[in-house]
Every structure is written in C-alpha cells, then in structure tokens.
Design a protein around this ligand. Structure first.
Ligand code: FAS
Ligand code: PHB
Length: 389
C-alpha cells in the first residue's frame, strides 16, 4: 500500500490530522493499535479552547459539539472556603467549550467514516522505517499478516507510550520532565453538576475539581497520594473528601450518586525535542504531556495538528517546504507556553508534601491577589482560554 502521510495512532491527534489532510486532497492512512470500541471508551479531557473549537469546525466535525457542547464564559477558583470567578468573556473577550474528548473522538471517527477515511485498527507491531530517508515506510501486522505502507511522511500521533518517539535516536532526542508527587482520582456520575461552571479548589487537604460533561453528567476529581489505589476509594469516601475541599455552599448543593467511572491518573509535565526528525513528526501526547490542571492536553494535540496540517498543505499544494521544515520550532513555541501555564496552575492549586504552612500561605495569598487584581485575572484568563496559534 502507498499513501502520502502514514499516521500512527487513532486518537484525537491522528484522526483530526487525517480529516484536515483529506479535506485538502492529501491522502493518509491511520494505524491504530487498539479496537475502535476501546479508543471510544476512554474518558479523558473535558474542556476545549476556542481555537480547538474552530479547528473542529474547519474539519467539518463541529455540528454535534455546537448542539451539545456547553460554552463557558468563566470558571471559579476557591481557597479557604471562598470562591471567586475568572470572567473570560469580560477579561479577554473569549470563552471555552465544555465537550468531552470521548465525544470529540466519536465525531472524528464518524467524519472519517463519512469521507471513506482509512483507519486500520488493531494493527499490531507498528514500526516506522527509513525515517531519515526520502522514502520512509511503516510495517504492521493485522490478523497475523505482515503489511507495509510506503509514504512520504510519518505522523507519530501514538501518545506517550507509542512507538514514534522511540524511533528518534537518543543522540538527537532531548526530553524534559517533572513528575508530580500526587495523582488525580476522577469520578464520572450521572448527577447534575454542582455548579454552572467549573470549580478549581485549593485546600490544605489537597486539590479538587468540579467539572461536567452535560447537565446530567458530572466529572469530579480529588488529588490523592501517588500510591493510592482506586480500590481504596469507595464512592462515599470520594464524595466526603470532595465536600471537604470545595466551598461550603457548593458542598451543600452537591448531588451525589454511584460512580459510573472511577480511576486514578498520575500527573507529569513532559516535553520531547525535536518534534520532527527526518520524515517523522511527533504530534500530541507522543511529544508532550501536561498535568490536566490547565485543561491543555487535548488542546495541545489540536495545536500541533494545526501547525502540521498547515505545513503539509503548503508542501503538497503550494510546493512550499517551510511549514514542514519549521514544524518542530513552531509547535514547540506554543507547547512550552502551555507547559508553563499547566505547571503554574498545578503549583498554585495542589498540596505538595514538602510545602509546609508557608507554602500553603503563599498559595492562598496568590489566590487572594488573583481575586483582587484584574490584571492578574486577565493573565489567568488569557492562558486558560488558549494563546493564539
Ligand atoms: P492519545 O493517547 O489520545 O492517542 C494515541 C493513540 O495511539 C491511542 O489510541 C493509542 O491506542 C494509539 N497507539 C499507541 N501506541 C501505538 C502503536 N505503537 N501503534 C498504533 N497505535 C498506537 N487532557 C485534558 O486536556 N484534560 C484532561 O482532563 C485530561 N485527562 C486525561 C486523563 C488520562 C487518564 C489521560 C491518559 C490523559 C488525559 N488528558 C487530559 C490528556 C489527553 O486528553 C491527551 O492530551 C489526548 O488524548 C492527546 O491526544 P493524542 O495525542 O491523540 O494521544
Ligand atoms: C474534565 O472535565 O475532565 C476536566 C476539566 C478541566 C480540567 C481537567 C479536566 O482542567
């Protein structure tokens, strides 16, 4: 088989890139390790920057998001039992869209099917070859038969544990990492959200987040020690801990119910440089990870797709090589801005084992300054809604 762009990974990055390339007449094939049901069953991100909303519209994937998504013009932060609002619309004239990654992935798969996109799932042993030549190719096994795809470029959209980043020689690859000494215990429940907008809560017992997927489906998180196991947390224990950490008025309104999904995710900041080597591009989680505090993970995957799609379109349709050649430089500039913001939000809102009383007071005073200072809230809003591409 031959294609112009071979995409490894059928998550949001791979699917969105394939869809945008298709609309520009550039053919691609997606190789996905898991089954479609498995990919569609993952519960992950919940907030889209408006730039991501516009990218999904551009990809002709925005219709259900427009109908079912929840535009949010602000968010709440809280500390010491007091909440205050960051008014995105008033401060920076922008908003975000609450629409789950699960739904985005569903919509992308539907769009690829509608246009006859080629997504090969349950592809095993995917391996890119000759990436440092002008004739790369990718091999994989499906139903016991080995296959080869010849291509012009390989897009590594295969996430943090994928094969693409490992294909860049150690002598070339540089990585930067910070692992946080805690995780997030997340619960999905078919209950009405406690608040119209999200609540990010700083508390001396640890961070908590009140989010949602729709008016009948809530998503909550509490910070837990790294060695906690999800089995240790009954639903009642989770709800009791969440109530302790959010403002009393919200705690009183909280409607609890059985968890329909409950899991613990570790938190890390991670970046691999460069995001291009030979004919290989790293895209999304294959190149970087952010702690979910700033709601940037999925949005950074969309950001990379923006730069790579623009570069490949100029290469194929205009004979312009610059976008492809400068992909890594351009994508990384925005990656590091999101890494900075996600690290700052995580440092501000979580309880660190060694921070002591002084550290807690520093966090509380920074939150108090955010509440009193319009310019501080404007900075927070500008970063949260997403910096320009
Ligand atoms: P993905 O990991 O989504 O997709 C990669 C795909 O490649 C997967 O389908 C995988 O099966 C496939 N793959 C891997 N190796 C392969 C191989 N060798 N061959 C073929 N296919 C292969 N972000 C937020 O903004 N907010 C959140 O709340 C949030 N919560 C998260 C919770 C968890 C548990 C995790 C893991 C991530 C969370 N994220 C969150 C980040 C997440 O949303 C990612 O940023 C987003 O999925 C990135 O999309 P992709 O880059 O497409 O990577
Ligand atoms: C979510 O709804 O899953 C969510 C929202 C905002 C975040 C992280 C996760 O910062």
């Amino acid at each position: 088989m031959r294609t112009q762009v071979c995409i490894i990974g059928g998550g949001p990055a791979g699917l969105l890139l394939s869809q945008l390339l298709h609309l520009d007449g550039i053919d691609s094939v997606i190789l996905e390790r898991r089954s479609r049901d498995y990919v569609l069953g993952r519960i992950r991100a919940g907030v889209l920057e408006w730039g991501s909303v516009e990218m999904l519209r551009k990809a002709q994937v925005g219709a259900r998001m427009e109908r079912e998504g929840l535009p949010h013009e602000g968010t709440y932060l809280s500390a010491q039992n007091r909440g205050f609002r960051i008014d995105f619309q008033d401060l920076v004239g922008k908003k975000v869209m609450v629409y789950g990654q699960t739904e985005v992935t569903h919509d992308l798969y539907d769009a690829r099917d509608k246009l006859g996109g080629v997504v090969i799932d349950e592809a095993e042993g995917v391996r890119p070859h000759d990436l440092d030549t002008e004739a790369p190719y990718v091999t994989y096994t499906k139903d016991g038969t080995e296959h080869r795809i010849d291509c012009d470029f390989v897009a590594g959209c295969d996430g943090y544990h994928g094969v693409s980043r490992q294909s860049i020689p150690d002598s070339v690859l540089q990585t930067f990492e910070r692992v946080y000494p805690f995780g997030w215990l997340g619960v999905l429940s078919q209950t009405p959200p406690v608040s119209e907008e999200l609540i990010y809560a700083n508390h001396e017992r640890g961070f908590a987040l009140c989010s949602m997927r729709n008016p009948k489906l809530s998503r909550y998180y509490v910070q837990v020690p790294l060695d906690d196991k999800v089995e240790q947390w009954s639903d009642d224990a989770f709800w009791d801990e969440l109530r302790r950490r959010i403002p009393a008025d919200a705690a009183e309104r909280l409607v609890t119910g059985p968890s329909i999904e409950k899991s613990i995710a570790p938190l890390r900041s991670f970046v691999a440089e460069p995001m291009k080597w030979g004919r290989l591009f790293l895209v999304g989680d294959a190149a970087h990870i952010v702690p979910p505090t700033g709601a940037k993970g999925l949005n950074l995957a969309v950001s990379d797709v923006h730069y790579l799609h623009e570069g490949l379109r100029a290469h194929y349709n205009d004979g312009e090589p610059e976008g492809v050649e400068r992909y890594s430089e351009r994508a990384l500039a925005r990656v590091w801005q999101s890494e900075r913001f996600s690290w700052q939000m995580t440092s501000l809102l979580h309880r660190f084992p060694d921070q002591g009383g002084f550290g807690q007071r520093m966090q509380e005073s920074e939150l108090a300054y955010l509440e009193m200072s319009r310019s501080a809230r404007t900075t927070m809003a500008e970063n949260y809604v997403g910096l320009p591409f």
